[in-house]
Design a binder for this molecule. Structure first.
Ligand code: SAH
Length: 212
């Protein structure tokens, strides 16, 4: 399999036609080896236009969803980013290509360990992983310039809003357990600016400030 060619095709057929414009995001999606974040038996379909199972009932998001959430974060390369829901680690790797440091929290220990190993193997030494309830945030490392939640939430967890820096951006799928919409929030001196984007379906955010 020519994975580099598959990545190029993914960008040309799935991302650009749907409106992803940030050239840094498109380049990062061409670089990150998505097939190494799924099971060996599924590597050949890793660049298909869909989410895929990663074990423990969890999923790696569809490439387009990773791209749009990343684009909404407006990363320049200097940011300290918090991700809730490490899962396969793929989204964290894309973020790590485009920001200074990525702090990522996963509630399932086996997934956190597996993605940790991948980050070391691939040389992503700017990604920091911990197993915990991400709805509580990562107090010792706050504030964060950007926060991305990659699991479906009934509302924005209060601790995450508090841990977002002034002028920071937070992106989260909010809604019911079975369907959500991407919400982008900018924290300004005057208050929170909210913008709704594409409808989406994520696995539930389970924790103190998420679903039970
Ligand atoms: N970003 C991932 C996709 C994650 S799927 C990727 O690129 O592959 C959502 C993940 O969120 C699942 O792994 C799930 O276990 C995790 N999750 C759900 N609730 C959580 C919580 N409260 N804290 C941390 N992780 C959580």
């Amino acid at each position: 399999m020519d994975y580099e060619e598959l990545r190029e095709q993914m960008v040309i057929t799935q991302l650009i036609p749907r409106g992803i414009k940030d050239s840094r995001v498109l380049e990062a999606m061409k670089r990150v080896p998505r097939h190494l974040f799924v099971d060996v038996s599924m590597q050949n379909s890793a660049y298909d236009d869909m989410a895929m199972p990663i074990g423990d009932g969890q999923t790696i998001s569809q490439p387009y969803m990773v791209a749009i959430m990343t684009e909404l974060l407006e990363l320049s390369g200097k940011e300290k980013v918090l991700e809730i829901g490490t899962g396969s680690g793929y989204q964290a790797a894309v973020l790590a290509e485009l920001s200074k440091d990525v702090y990522t929290i996963e509630r399932i220990a086996s997934l956190a360990e597996k993605s940790s190993q991948k980050f070391s193997l691939l040389g992503y030494d700017n990604i920091h992983v911990k197993t915990a309830d991400g709805t509580l945030g990562w107090t010792e490392e706050a504030p964060f310039d950007r926060i991305i939640i990659t699991a479906a939430s009934p509302k924005i967890p209060d601790p995450l809003m508090e841990q977002l820096a002034l002028d920071g951006i937070l992106v989260i799928p909010v809604g019911s357990r079975y369907s959500q919409q991407l919400l982008k929030i900018r924290k300004t001196k005057e208050g929170m600016l909210e913008e709704y984007h594409t409808p989406c379906v994520f696995v539930p955010l389970i924790g103190k400030h998420g679903w039970e």
